[in-house]
Design a protein around this ligand. Structure first.
Ligand code: SAH
Length: 233
């Protein structure tokens, strides 16, 4: 996908990307390609693929969700997807990126600096160990991070009551939704929207699952990661 096609597809969904923001997206892609030569950040390394499979993919939730004037935490952000990308698009969105791998932040810090972003914070650490951030965010995103029930267990505690968890999945998400009842019940949350979309070039199915937090989370969750994996909800 070219930048022009990205701009047009977003425009068609009422997402207007300014000339200034488009320039930042180009800079982001170029930094990703440069850093990817020295550290393993992404398997997607052709610019047209970055534009479609990272940038456009991360914008899809914005077709149905308003990210303006909110606080957002991105679980296992990796090279900044979707959190950093959303920070570039929405200057009024206050974004916290969490990842357990300290090395990734060398790249993310460079992106923040080069793109002059003032709405991004970094937390190096495990998402299930962020007790100081409980009940804090309006939105929590996760892409390429754990199963749906794992995302619910570690993500919902970080949300304010009424906040939204957005789990970004492929077609496999359909089955995960069917297995998420216990996690939704235990974390007192409910699925409020399922957004199905496709990537234009290969028609890859994307399923973004929107979950609303209904009640304050019991201190029981999240459990330690080993337990989350050994005894999934
Ligand atoms: N969200 C990105 C990266 C997905 S790869 C994308 O969609 O491209 C998963 C990332 O999660 C890795 O960067 C890994 O370091 C991080 N990760 C895995 N388990 C974690 C945990 N428990 N806490 C914090 N980060 C974690």
């Amino acid at each position: 996908m070219t930048y022009e096609e990205l701009h047009k597809l977003c425009w068609d969904s009422d997402i207007v990307i300014s000339v200034e923001t488009m320039a930042k997206l180009r800079d982001y892609a170029h930094l990703l390609m440069k850093w990817n030569k020295k550290m393993n950040l992404t398997a997607i390394d052709q610019e047209e693929d970055i534009v479609e499979k990272h940038f456009y993919d991360c914008i899809i939730p914005a077709k149905v969700f308003d990210f303006h004037d909110k606080t957002l935490v991105d679980l296992g952000t990796g090279a900044g997807f979707p959190g950093m990308l959303l920070a570039v698009l929405y200057p009024t969105l206050q974004v916290t990126l969490i990842d357990a791998t300290a090395k990734k932040f060398e790249f993310l810090k460079d992106v923040k600096e080069q793109l002059s972003l003032t709405n991004v914070k970094f937390v190096v650490g495990r998402v299930e160990e962020q007790s100081a951030l409980r009940e804090t965010f309006d939105v929590c995103t996760a892409r390429g991070f754990g199963s749906l029930s794992e995302i619910i267990e570690v993500g919902v505690p970080l949300l304010k009551v009424g906040g939204t968890l957005i789990a970004m999945k492929s077609s496999k998400g359909v089955e995960e939704v069917l297995n998420s009842n216990k996690a939704l019940q235990q974390l007192e949350s409910k699925i409020t929207n399922q957004q199905r979309d496709t990537l234009p070039s290969n028609h890859d199915i994307r399923l973004n699952i929107f979950i609303t937090k209904c009640q304050k989370t019991t201190p029981k969750y999240p459990r330690k990661w080993a337990e989350i994996v050994a005894k999934p909800l």
